[in-house]
Design a protein around this ligand. Sequence first.
Ligand SMILES: NC(=O)c1ccc[n+]([C@@H]2O[C@H](COP(=O)([O-])OP(=O)(O)OC[C@H]3O[C@@H](n4cnc5c(N)ncnc54)[C@H](O)[C@@H]3O)[C@@H](O)[C@H]2O)c1
Ligand SMILES: [Fe+2]
Length: 358
Amino acid sequence: MIITDSAIAQSGILERVTHMLKDAVEWELFDGAPAEPKNTDVDEQKERFGSDYDALLALGGGSPMDFAKAIAIIMAHGGSLGDYLGEGSVPGPVIPIVCIPTTSGTGSQNTQTTVFTIEGVKRGTSSEYIRPAVSIVDPELTMELPSLVTRNSGYDALMHSCESFLARPHSHVAERSILYQGSNPFSRSLSLEAFRSIWGSYRRAVTEGHDRGARMDMSLGSHLAGLAFSHSGLGLVHALASALGGMVDEPHGVCLAACTGIGLKYNLGACEKDFAVLAGIMSEIDKTSPSNVSAETYVENMLDLARDLGFPSRPSEVGLEKGDAEKLLKNTLVQTRRTKTNPRDLDDELLLHIEKGI
Ligand SMILES: NC(=O)c1ccc[n+]([C@@H]2O[C@H](COP(=O)([O-])OP(=O)(O)OC[C@H]3O[C@@H](n4cnc5c(N)ncnc54)[C@H](O)[C@@H]3O)[C@@H](O)[C@H]2O)c1
Ligand SMILES: [Fe+2]
């Protein structure tokens, strides 16, 4: 079963894939994968899939890939998607999932997670059983990606590379879990390489979409970042953005940008050295003076980039009000798979940062 969305189905990309499958395998098409899926979207479609397919091929951005992972769980184990929330709740294998990403963002083709909104909060299910069996990452498929989607999905990849690198070291993560274990030499090297690729090419991919080199770097960077964070976990910016994403109808990348100021400023004191490492890479790529290498310049450069690309710089620019601070905090604290690897413990000061940053 090929799972995609209607825009990909009409864009010519689907045809390029089905043309290759033509006489090799029998396939059917589901082109109704919703953008940023909700648990109810999956539950409503589950009858359509039954349990009769040998494999799923997800073609598209994070939304169709995550939809396919969620459907695979229900096909194999029944019930509703809400039954499988969190980590370790998928009881056994699912049919093989093959992913062909058409955005350079989520890295879902490389992760063991499906993200969906449930009761107004973006949550997810993580399990090694849903890590794709095979992924084909071809930058050619992103050449016609509209500038706005390039911007939004690219910011996701950028923030994966940053937050994976900055994640709390694995030896300091409570429970010493395997899933989202904290940063480690494997994830840190992948995330740095991802950050280099993305920082060097993201603006160009947004403004000059036909630049092959930029598209290649974004495909590679987003893929490596997905692999990195699927091991290390992420941090506060993602936790805040997932909370915000359940409260307003905005793409994941936009929510991340709107929460970057709050998240990075809260973490600043806890990761000055690592912020400066990222500032050093920025300075090398942007050819700025070495005096620009400090934790503060990392934060400033990130905020400048988001502003230059026209992102909202705070949650109030996407509809939140001062009075929503406590709800945003409450919905952030339930994002435990993100908060447990944040480099700084979440304490009472977070509410002050949210109130100020909204
Ligand atoms: N599973 C994970 O590990 C993970 C990680 C991060 C984010 N996510 C989730 O992924 C989702 C976002 O995914 P996304 O940013 O890739 O966007 P998306 O899949 O929602 O796609 C955005 C839009 O771009 C269009 N599009 C995609 N590729 C195109 C192409 N090549 N040409 C033309 N149009 C194209 C789609 O049709 C859609 O309209 C969110 O739900 C987010 O929470 C998942
Ligand atoms: Fe993300």
